[in-house]
Ligand binder design. Structure first.
Ligand SMILES: NC(=O)c1ccc[n+]([C@@H]2O[C@H](COP(=O)([O-])OP(=O)(O)OC[C@H]3O[C@@H](n4cnc5c(N)ncnc54)[C@H](O)[C@@H]3O)[C@@H](O)[C@H]2O)c1
Length: 529
């Protein structure tokens, strides 16, 4: 009778979620119960402390005792590995039944959401930006490189977008992809992570995995995210730590895994970019590795969230410093009458020990101009100055000024002043073939040109208008390229592939090229800068 009861799903479910089972059993009936549970693949460990054995309460009966009991009494039965919150979530991830919540549906969160949907996971996207939620709900895309069909396909498979954070309680894994900008003093602005943690905590439940993906300084996950989650959840849940909570304490799991996406890069498929994972404890690391292993071809486990946070910063600082190096060498080459692009291409033929980086009008995007300063800030806590980062920042921040100075020189050579000159700026996205304007050097260049009295217009096939941002308020619209001859200068800031550079040079009076986009075109109208 009891066996039949246990096999019936409501009671089985009751056992699975660990609620008290109102039965009193003898040694013999407990044996029957456990056999039934093993047969039903339910963990006998759930009986721990909840059943009456031989009429007495066995509240101190541990899982080890349980297994020992069955080793003694049931030599024919091999006990299943005890089901824990960990093994339940692991199994759900392995079978792609885990429900995933992605918080922050921007350039990182939305593609990640689609990747999981593509692999059969059910994803709920959370964002405080109602326009994004509405767009996805209506099956629309707001990111240039994500076709609307992909969104509609995901919607048909069950993708939900919402700003209702109470739905987080239903998620098995929660991935945080919110912004990490700098404030006006070039210091980390972690308010988005903090606000997200406040939003998750009231809905946190035992057995959930929370992964932070936002780029940030080493220590953020453990020092900022975890304390809020622990202090503000309603059930006294503690994060699983290496030397932490007891075997039976209710736990949630925490990891950090940096996003490594390279927008506009079509040479490496997203799932071929190895995913670095650092867990707060070994189980969190294993769960996070499993979660990402389901959609990425390779995961790389490091020893802690801080190691994973630092890994991402090293990658971006490496880029930032090397770009600064070639930017500085470009300035020297211009003085020496050498073509830095030719030099880099020649150096890149070396089959080892050299990786090419290219100069430009300045750094842009959400990562390279920002992330290194997260580390400089944190380093101060350790009485340490990150001089490479500061030097690279100084050189890279100076590049838009160099571009404007070059426009002034080019106009001067034609006996024209920058004040009152009509300038057409080509490409305002921070790099080619993308629709991302964040931290773009074009914005600084436009402001500097305005300050000097120039009349600036722009064209960008991916950015139809520039409104108000964190540091600017430009209110401009992309104009067509049909009357190039009317401008005193055409300034190439971003080398989008769709531009016909030969035609642009032919039709313009003067072209100042900050990207070597006109390479191979010989014309006295071009000034490389
Ligand atoms: N864009 C990239 O190429 C890239 C690459 C690597 C790493 N990263 C890092 O990934 C993180 C996210 O970057 P992104 O480019 O996707 O930013 P994004 O601005 O495109 O998207 C962030 C989203 O988070 C939402 N958001 C902000 N606060 C929220 C909150 N409290 N709750 C829910 N949603 C919230 C915003 O509305 C926005 O939609 C950043 O830390 C960034 O440094 C970005």
């Amino acid at each position: 009778m009891l066996v039949q009861l246990l096999l019936r799903s409501p009671l089985r479910k009751a056992l699975v979620i660990g609620s008290t089972v109102p039965v009193s059993v003898t040694k013999n009936s407990l044996r029957m119960v456990t056999i039934a549970m093993l047969a039903a693949r339910v963990d006998p460990g759930y009986l721990t402390g909840r059943l009456h054995r031989d009429g007495g309460i066995v509240s101190s009966w541990s899982q080890t005792d349980n297994l020992q009991y069955w080793r003694t009494h049931n030599s024919m039965i091999t006990p299943v590995v005890p089901t824990t919150l960990f093994s339940q979530l692991k199994a759900k991830i392995e079978t792609h039944e885990a429900k995933i919540g992605v918080i922050g549906l921007g350039y990182v969160g939305l593609p990640l959401t689609l990747l999981y949907m593509d692999q059969g996971f059910l994803v709920t996207g959370f964002d405080i930006d109602q326009r994004k939620v509405d767009a996805l709900t209506e099956g629309k895309s707001y990111i240039y490189r994500i076709p609307v069909e992909e969104i509609q396909e995901a919607r048909a498979k069950g993708l939900v977008a919402t700003s209702e954070f109470c739905q987080l309680a239903e998620m098995d894994a929660i991935i945080i992809c919110v912004p990490t900008p700098l404030n006006d003093y070039q210091e980390p602005d972690t308010s988005f992570i903090v606000n997200t943690a406040h939003a998750i905590a009231p809905h946190l439940r035992a057995g959930q995995l929370v992964v932070l993906e936002s780029t940030t300084y080493p220590g953020t996950t453990e020092e900022l995210l975890v304390p809020i989650l622990e202090n503000e959840n309603q059930n006294g849940l503690r994060a699983a730590r290496r030397n932490g909570a007891s075997e039976m304490a209710p736990e949630f799991y925490v990891a950090f895994s940096p996003e490594r996406e390279d927008p506009g890069n079509t040479t490496v498929a997203r799932r071929d970019i190895p995913k670095v994972v650092g867990g707060l404890d070994l189980q969190a690391a294993e769960l996070a590795a499993g979660l990402y292993g389901a959609v990425f071809n390779r995961t790389v486990q490091v020893s802690s969230p801080a190691a994973a946070e630092m890994t991402k910063l090293l990658e971006n600082i490496y880029r930032c410093v090397n770009i600064a190096l070639v930017n500085e060498l470009k300035l020297l080459c211009l003085r020496m009458g050498l073509d830095i692009w030719e030099v880099i291409d020649a150096a890149a033929t070396k089959p080892f020990g050299f990786q090419p980086f290219y100069p430009g009008p300045g750094l842009g995007g959400h990562c390279i101009p920002i992330d290194p300063f997260y580390l400089s800030w944190k380093a101060k806590e350790w009485d340490f100055r990150t001089r490479f980062i500061e030097l690279a920042g100084e050189i890279n921040l100076g590049m838009p000024y160099h571009v404007v100075a070059s426009v002034t020189t080019a106009l001067n050579q034609r006996k024209k002043a920058l004040n009152g000159a009509r300038i057409m700026l080509l490409g305002v996205a921070y790099k080619k073939d993308i629709d991302d304007l964040r931290e773009s050097p074009a914005l600084t260049i436009i402001e500097l040109l305005h300050k000097e009295g120039a009349e600036v217009t722009y064209n960008d096939p991916h950015i139809p208008s520039i409104g108000k941002g964190r540091k600017y308020d430009l209110q401009m619209k992309s104009l067509p390229l049909d009357r190039l001859q009317e401008y005193d200068c055409v300034l190439i800031v971003t080398d989008h592939s769709s531009y016909d550079y030969r035609r642009i040079v032919e039709e313009s009076q003067l072209v100042v090229d900050s990207r070597n986009a006109t390479r191979g075109i010989r014309s006295a109208k071009i000034l490389h800068c």
